[in-house]
Ligand binder design. Sequence first.
Ligand code: CA
Length: 655
Amino acid sequence: MIRISNYSEFDKYHAYDGNDLGAVYFADRTVFKTWSPYATGVYLNLYLDGEGANLIETVPMELMSRGVWYVELMYHAEDIYYTFTYEFDNRKRFETIDIYAHACGVNGQRGYLVDMKRTDPPGWEETPRPVCASPCDAVVYECHVRDFSIDASSGAAPGDRGRFTAFTKEGTRYHNVTTGLDHLKELGITHVQLLPVFDYATVDESKPYKAQYNWGYDPMNYNCLEGSYSSDAFDPRARIREFKQLVQTLHRNGIGVIMDVVYNHTYYTEESAFQKSFPNYYYRLDRNGRLSNGSGCGNETASEHAMYRKYMIESLKFLATEYKLDGFRFDLMGLHDIETVNMIRDELNKFDPPLLMYGEGWTGGESPLPSDKLAYKWNSYSFGRVGLFNDNIRDAIKGGTFNPYDIGYISGNRNAWAVLRRGLAGSVKHWQLNNAQEACWAVSPAQAVNYIEAHDNHTLWDKLSVCAKHFSREERIRMDKLGAALFILAQGMPFIQLGQDFLRSKPRVPKEGEPVNEVTVVDHNSYNSPDSTNSIKWNEKAENIDVFNYYKALIRLRRNNPLFRMRTKEDVEHHMFFYDTGDSSFIAYRLQDQNDTLIAVFNPYIDERHFLLPEGRFYIRLNEQGKMNKFPIGGDVVIPPISAMVFKKIRGSNS
Ligand code: CA
């Protein structure tokens, strides 16, 4: 019904640049504004509740300039729910929640009017955000709110399990190991990245005791929070207050909070609030005028259209300010246009300290926007201040993610070293490495988000159970630890999935008639799998405490030595030197500045290897157990099978 032949022309005449869309409070009145230039009428509906037949009144809105519809209530409207009804062609009417709503009722059907200032927990203003001078200083831990505490082994009180409040409680244990918040502190990570906590569609918030699960990549209301993580989804203030308590508690413990945002598509298409507000404006269309599907989820948003670009920027600024967030992770960032991504970076730089910003440099399907305009990984040089998930180092270390049997460096692939070395050097150009641009794609190490496990695909431990099934458990644990040493010590920003540090697995029950084998008993896409698959079983931390202690040691080593956290391409070029060991897969390099010399050696073989230390006296900074040994050594050293060793030069020793 609505056809716009040229969106940039359309935007010139119709886009609105005010920052007052939605509901705005003044001392004695409440003003509503919404943008819909082609509507023939817009109405504000006020309700007593978040659902059901309890309309208070419907008020017609008035068309101002540039497609903005306006109405004001002559009182401070709080604790009231609202929607807009948009009318097109004088006949079709769509009722929907306001896309700018900051709070909502159960299941996100209606906006909720609340003065956000009154949702702050005590001490909120006084709790500062932690300082993180560079992405290279961050160690990010990816957590799903429910997975973190839903299992009884978390030690969380029943009322906290699966909810925001579980992150606010100290002292939880499984037997003698720490769980929950204490676990985060003990591991030593700097940031928690939460899987989507904005309001998503596929968990019915009205049924808190029904068996339901979703990762949350099914966005409904970007500026509202998910109700199923709160103690009461029917109380719109509960989720806001409890999420602020989560942020506040983590901040008090020096841990930043990163929000996973999914602006690239909406769960609903024709039924989405965007489509109902202004059909076919907020999404990209294909040549036939149909919604395109670059996300693989039924639609893709159009960040290059002025009013969706504006929407994204204002939404991010609102979330960052209101919830004191420390960064954003962009889902399928490759679908957003480069100009928008750089504008967002500029906005997030205005915060003090600046926010972290990184994303997936790929899409979920083909987009109609020309590929040179998209924030794809292969356009990385055009948005060098924004981090990108490093699938090169990931696949080099553990093998390709799409074939579970594919092996990587840690599991016996003797061709993975070339890509791996580039990853170790921050994916920037380095004089000792083959500088093909597709491999050295990062402008600086700060752009490389190094990881080998995330919510997508198999966990590292499950991957090893398939591709390295002929090895013993002890050998697979060595592979896991070697993989951890490689990506945590690599130049860039390390990213770890919750539980990866104690061999997280996602067990799966094969369907009836399905063969039972190493592939069918693990879940590689658990987005709506049950808790039995997704939840953290904290007993596994107790059982694999040696692995946990090793991850912890790696994180401490990285955080204590700036040489593992070099900021620029030039630093890496000048301070990182690869040794010629006579065997490309036996990787050894030196990191050196005026103060320190560190040597890291990686042995992927099932037997030990020898390495000749350069002149001087060294000590073992990290052995295969993650331990340090201050006893001075030099010359020939043994690197145990499938392991990493880090040596540190004793200062002032040159012979
Ligand atoms: Ca929801």
